[in-house]
Design a protein around this ligand. Sequence first.
Ligand code: 3PG
Length: 386
Amino acid sequence: MKCRSVRSANVKGKRVLVTAELNVARDRAGRVVDDSRIRAVIPTLKLLQKRRAKIVLATHLGRPGGRVVSALRTKVLAPLLRRALGRQVTALSDCIGPPVEAAVKKMNAGEIVLLENTRFYPGEERNSPSFAKALSRLADVFVLESFGSAHRRHASIVGVGKYLPSYAGLQLCAEVSTLSKVLGQPQRPLVALLGGAKISTKLGIISSLLRRVDNLLLGGALANTILQAQGLQIGRSLSEPAMVRKVKALHLTDPKLHIPVDLVVARPTGRPVIRAAGAVRPGEVISDIGPDTIKLFQNILTTARTVVWNGPMGKYERRPYDGGTKAMGRAVASSRAFSVVGGGETVDALRSQRLLNQVDFISTGGGAMIEFLEGRKLPGVELVRQ
Ligand code: 3PG
């Protein structure tokens, strides 16, 4: 699948609305702790600057739910964008309306203004035509550089496309072509590694990947619900009992599917221990995959020519439950396979191991990557596909 690239857009002297994925991870104090999404949009912004466009940058932060939340103001992003671009970026205090239109009117070619969080307006998530129209009044051309939100039918993602000629940013084009290749013509064996907490958000991708991959490795709390569906004890571990019936409908006996054979469990008292799957006791909490599972997964990853990874294997941010995720990080990074990794936690885990530069492609999408690999049509991608 290919996108209509921003490279083919005539933007000279024009106002270009760029909806970018700048929903970055922040700590409790609101400080940005991961700037990879910022870095990912820079090539598109530089291209537009070089071509003398006036750039009106739209984005969201968090989930303010249609009202103004001070902690989610986009101005926190301006200095980071400024540093990455080496150019002034002016943060505005709103994203639509006459004062914003007046500020845009004064812009010179190559300048960038950053709009306030689009999700401060209920019309954004409802994709209201009036909000989309108000945004589109700020520009002559629209560029979608927000793969991470391309699965959302929101005004700044798809709504503005009704009123403006629309193109895909460079990162979005790369995401779509890389992930399509992984789905369509991967070098085999193709191995997918999925983790994370909720099986409810990954049931679709599990059944769709089972039809395409050579091996599917499942870890993290989502595997707990599978163990539960197999009638195994999981103690007080995180799971989604309401999903058990749906999980049973998956081909759990498919030889391509691999779930943990042993686990690291936290106990009500005493040190964590390793238990075989099925031997977890009441009150214990599954917190990581165990050493035999690590070996099993490593052996399979070693044979792979293409690897896709989304989601940690356990409570990766806490010792001693980081071992499974770290071992998978090393296995993916050192494998000869073409590797694609996505999801904030997975990228975070690889960064903490300083292994990010050993991965071939880092997707800026979490949920969007999952939905794309599931084979679903993402509204944002549909808007800009060729
Ligand atoms: C993301 O961080 O994955 C995107 O910005 C989408 O965010 P959302 O799940 O709040 O829509």
